[in-house]
Design a protein around this ligand. Structure first.
Ligand SMILES: *Cc1c(COP(=O)(O)O)cnc(C)c1O
Length: 348
């Protein structure tokens, strides 16, 4: 892979915005450089200063936790921001394309459409895996980047690591492994392989296992060169001071994270053991995530509507490629899981 030739020429050539906080870091007696309000903030908390545009404190903690260098981390307003920036970094509108492997996360397609970037599709196998044929198709593609979601949303399964490795070795564009659900999987993160693959980008998020979806904080891990480009094109203050402070507090309370994750894994197991006994359940797909994809018979949408009437909202995936008859059930609290199971038992 040649990164310089993958990056759009206008982005290579442009000068990034240089913010007041880029040009002066640290605390001075008198800070009159950024047109902030030195008097204070409206509201109960103080946020009158612009945040660190490079989020150094959060990255220092994350570097320890993930065993990567600070320069290998990009932070965004959700990982959705990283998805959009990766498309914009590499794809010339009206000319280039991305490659996706349906059924998969919908934001890749939205980011491509928003940026007038074409979408190539290579559907996963019937059991939602990569095959030798699919890997060959990916390697032959001229797409600028391929999005590989593992564990995959909405199917829940990890994709075969050996196949992903072949793609990393053979594909000419960026290989984006979206690990939004990696915290729930019994497999090492691809962050452990970063040094081997200059074309690897890993996405993770605070939205799932960390329980901080409302905060909007996503991570990308890649070579310092790729991270440098993402930083060059991001909005200067893309992660707010409130978000940075809260992320630091969450990272300092690591035990809470472990408890949340472990409890969700127990809940997943609880549901996965009981759902197959229901007559309306045809198949519970294996999950490495915090949700279960379940095929219902004879009519999944009728089950979906019935659950809605009982005040339980799940995700109807029946129209997704390869997902006919399926609903995606997020693992909730033990009480919520119990209500869901009881409601499904009472479906007539
Ligand atoms: C939930 C999810 C995300 C997270 O997006 P955020 O913008 O970080 O909330 C990313 N990728 C996939 C596949 C997801 O399911």
């Amino acid at each position: 892979m040649d990164l310089e030739s993958l990056v759009r020429p206008n982005i290579r050539a442009m000068k990034p915005y240089s913010s007041a906080r880029d040009e002066f870091q640290g605390d001075a007696q008198v800070m009159l450089d950024a047109n902030e309000n030195s008097l204070g903030s409206a509201g109960p908390a103080t946020f009158n200063r612009y945040p660190d545009p490079q989020q150094r404190a959060v990255k220092a903690e994350l570097a320890q936790l993930k065993n990567v260098a600070g320069g290998q981390i990009f932070l965004g307003n959700g990982s959705d921001e990283a998805i959009d920036l990766l498309v914009r970094l590499t794809c010339i509108p009206g000319q280039d394309s991305i490659l996706i492997l349906p059924p998969t996360y919908g934001m890749y397609e939205v980011a491509a459409n928003l940026n007038d970037v074409a979408i190539q599709r290579l559907p996963l196998t019937a059991d939602f895996q990569l095959s030798a044929e699919i890997v060959a198709g990916i390697i032959a593609s001229d797409a600028k980047l391929v999005f590989i979601c593992s564990p995959n949303n909405p199917t829940g399964n990890l994709l075969h690591a050996a196949a992903i490795e072949e793609i990393l070795r053979g594909f000419r564009g960026l290989v984006v492994v979206d690990e939004a659900y990696a915290d729930f999987a019994a497999a090492p993160s691809w962050t452990t392989r970063l040094a081997e693959f200059p074309n690897l980008v890993i996405l993770q998020t605070f939205s799932k296992a960390w329980g901080l979806a409302g905060l909007r904080l996503g991570m990308a891990f890649a070579s310092p060169e790729i991270i440098g480009y993402l930083n060059k094109i991001k909005p200067p203050y893309n992660v707010s001071e409130a978000t940075q402070q809260h992320a630091l507090a969450a990272l300092a309370a690591g035990g809470h994270f472990d408890n949340l994750r472990n409890d969700l894994l127990v809940g997943r197991q609880w549901l996965a053991e009981r759902l197959p006994a229901l007559a309306i359940v045809e198949r519970v797909f294996p999950s490495d995530a915090n949700f279960l994809l379940v095929r219902f018979r004879p009519d999944a949408t009728a089950v979906y509507e019935y659950l809605l009437n009982r005040g339980i909202v799940v995700r109807n995936r029946t129209t997704q490629p390869g997902c006919a008859g399926t609903l995606r059930l997020t693992v909730g609290t033990p009480a919520e899981n119990g209500q869901l199971l009881t409601a499904l038992r009472e479906f007539r």
